[in-house]
Design a binder for this molecule. Structure first.
Ligand code: IVH
Length: 667
């Protein structure tokens, strides 16, 4: 094998081994940054040798072209569902049926598994290589989501060698899900981008898997645990236990909670234990699954029309209860959303004492007609905040009245604003104490003023010590303010001051985005920048009509912006920032039309300019920069380490330029 190829293979093996240790063994050996370094090394060699790139290289998980729709894939073997046992009695009844079906009085061995609350998928491997994957669909035919599944690092692109041979055809089934932590982070991000949050981890996982652009899926924290087989050619298993342990050896993540139980008592004990442990697991589950362990016994039992006779899902106890609403209290979150919360007579819901439940918003209160004094049904689903489901009208006292949320913010008393067509009322006051921390974190974030080293812990301390009340206070911080904080070294204090100083040279778009005006995300800030060309004064005096005249600005956004700017506290903060040294670089109109109508994709580690500079240069000369390679791409500009995009460009016959060649085009 030539030297380069050996080097590439060695890097791929290392990356695959580390991936395996991380996702399957849960025992990583190296840090994320060391992993990233290996990954970049591989990308670099591959970019220099695009002919050596293979489909299963770890670098090939992203970069696919967005689809216009999903194709369909028919499952070789239908993907069945599970019958439910609603309580322990029904679990015991299942065990009896199994024994009867097998005509035995002996104890039956089951594999006991958590029932993950995600989406079932099928992964197909031919001769050890991942070839395609699909959703369950109607059980017979699902959607072809191969590109999206490839982005999930926990899914092996090629199988590891084990003691069992690699089958020519292997279909593995499992559940794709998002952890509770991943869900929280994802929703924080949605909020930052001005996008609606996902209702729960399951919806978030479903939405992420059904993206037509797999580059979006790649940014979502998707995980998988595998738990069943479809068709397997050439290899058979005596037990499910044996199958699961082989799955791990082949490189598939398998849930570590899975246990073998050897009789019905142990089955019930597993169910109780898991239910008690439910809250502490890092992902959501909605029950247990018990599967007959022995393959022969499974075959003897067979299937019904839609579910196997050899498996059952044990449902957890209903997480519902009734209680009385003592009071309804509006609360304001870090993003200014005012949410009515019902204070309840404390009550036990599935093992947790609940004292508060969300009523979501005024529309929901109206729809359910929840009043103070009402007896209500509440429910708790997984990690989500308990909610009021409905009122038990027969128990309503005679003296209740309809509840209306006050129209001022419960934290700062400022008038709240509810844009037409939206259900949530918000406080838009930049100095609202309930939102200060959230607003500051947003203000300093990467896409906003990008103040390095200004993390959540620092914000907490600065706000708690009253060193910052509104975002402009950041620019008033002194060395003494910082150095007296907990765990703040002199050097760090100086670094932060320098980062604050540097952040003052910014753009109109970044600054407007940083203000955190509802509905004004990064994209819209750029749109506004084109109209206001850095003129804050003009922007601050804008009318709703003028805003609506801008392409991409609708009446709701226009109204949100003008109400924001009508609030004197907000304009005071903006002016204070400007007087403390914020300078908004003017963006210029196009310098030339040299690149008119040309689309560029910049890839690899650019060395002569940043990706942002590159985009600005292209646009300044009438061109466009895009993130993904397609038939519409005119040129690729590749720096060191370029990988899949370069390969794609070669396939599509798109010319590849060096950075210098690109700069020469502008002359
Ligand atoms: S086995 C014939 N195992 O539950 C067996 N399913 O109601 C079918 N699920 O569509 C699947 N955790 O989405 C199995 N450990 C587990 C599971 C599990 C969750 C889901 C899966 C399936 C549904 C069946």
């Amino acid at each position: 094998m030539p030297e380069t190829q050996k080097q590439i293979q060695a890097l791929r093996d290392q990356l695959n081994d580390h991936n395996y240790r991380y996702y399957v063994l849960d025992d990583p050996l190296i840090s994320d940054s060391e992993y990233d370094q290996l990954f970049r090394d591989l990308q670099k060699i591959e970019a220099e040798n695009p002919n050596l790139i293979t489909e299963d290289s770890p670098t090939q998980r992203v970069g696919a072209e967005p689809l216009t729709s999903f194709g369909s894939l028919t499952h070789r073997m239908p993907m069945l569902s599970l019958a439910n046992a609603m309580n322990e009695g029904e679990l015991a009844a299942f065990d009896m049926r199994v024994k009867k079906g097998l005509d035995t009085e002996n104890d039956i061995e089951y594999m006991a598994e958590p029932k993950l609350d995600g989406l079932a998928v099928e992964l197909v491997y031919e001769n050890g290589l991942f070839v395609n994957g699909s959703t369950r669909g109607d059980g017979i035919t699902g959607e072809n989501i191969t590109q999206n599944l490839k982005t999930i690092s926990a899914i092996p692109l090629s199988l590891r060698m084990g003691e069992k041979q690699i089958p020519p055809l292997l279909e593995v089934r499992g559940e794709v899900f998002i952890t509770k932590d991943g869900f929280k982070k994802l929703n924080q991000n949605q909020e930052k981008e001005g996008l609606p949050p996902f209702a729960n981890p399951r919806n978030a996982a479903a939405g992420s898997l059904r993206q037509l652009d797999s580059n979006i899926t790649a940014t979502r924290p998707l995980s998988i645990y595998c738990y069943e087989a479809g068709t397997i050619d050439g290899v058979s298993f005596e037990t499910h236990e044996d199958f699961l342990s082989t799955l791990k050896k082949w490189g598939f993540p398998v849930n570590p909670e899975i246990q073998k139980v050897t009789n019905v008592e142990k089955m019930v004990a597993f169910h109780r234990n898991l239910e008690a442990k439910r809250e502490t697991l890092p992902y959501e589950i909605d029950g247990t699954v018990f599967k007959v362990n022995t393959t022969d016994q499974r075959n003897a039992l067979g299937i019904r029309s839609r579910s196997p006779r050899w498996a059952i899902a044990g449902k957890f106890k209903a997480q519902q209860a009734t209680t009385v609403v003592q009071d309804i209290i509006p609360s304001v979150g870090r993003t200014g959303a005012v949410t009515p919360v019902a204070r309840l007579d404390p009550t036990n819901v599935g093992g947790v004492i609940v004292t508060n439940a969300t009523l979501h918003n005024q529309d929901e209160i109206d729809r359910k007609d929840v009043r103070i004094g009402d007896t209500v049904f509440i429910q708790r689903a997984g990690d989500v905040i308990p909610e009021v489901v409905k009122v038990i009208l027969t128990k309503r006292p005679s003296d209740t009245k309809k509840y209306l949320l006050p129209n001022v913010c419960p934290s700062c008393g400022h008038e709240v604003f509810r844009p037409e067509g939206e259900v949530v009322a918000r406080c838009q006051n930049l100095s609202c104490p309930a939102q200060v921390k959230g607003r500051i974190e947003h203000f300093v974030s990467k896409t906003a003023l990008d103040i390095d080293g200004f993390g959540e812990k620092l914000v907490d301390q600065l706000v708690d010590k009253r060193l910052i009340r509104t975002v402009d206070d950041i620019f008033k911080l002194t060395y003494d303010d910082l150095v007296n904080l907990d765990r703040m070294a002199e050097k760090s204090a100086l670094n932060i001051l320098e980062a604050i100083q540097n952040s003052k040279q910014t753009t109109f778009a970044r600054f407007v985005y940083a203000l955190g005006i509802r509905n004004v995300g990064a994209h819209l800030s750029n749109v506004l920048e084109k109209t206001y060309v850095g003129d804050m004064e003009k922007f601050m005096n804008v009318s709703a009509e003028e805003l609506e005249a801008i392409d991409e600005v609708g009446p709701i956004v226009a109204e949100t912006i003008t109400t924001f700017l009508l609030n004197c506290t907000n304009t005071d903060v903006i002016e204070s920032c400007l007087s403390l040294g914020i300078r908004l670089k003017k963006v210029e109109g196009p310098k030339s039309q040299l690149l008119k109508g040309k689309t560029f994709v910049f890839t690899g580690a650019l060395t002569q300019f940043s990706r942002n500079d590159a985009k600005e240069m292209a646009e300044a000369h009438g061109g466009r920069a895009s993130g993904s390679v397609s038939k519409k791409t005119d040129f690729i500009v590749a720096g060191p380490g370029a990988g899949s995009k370069l390969k794609k460009a070669a396939e599509l016959g798109i010319p590849v330029l060096s950075e210098t060649e690109f700069l020469n085009m502008l002359k």
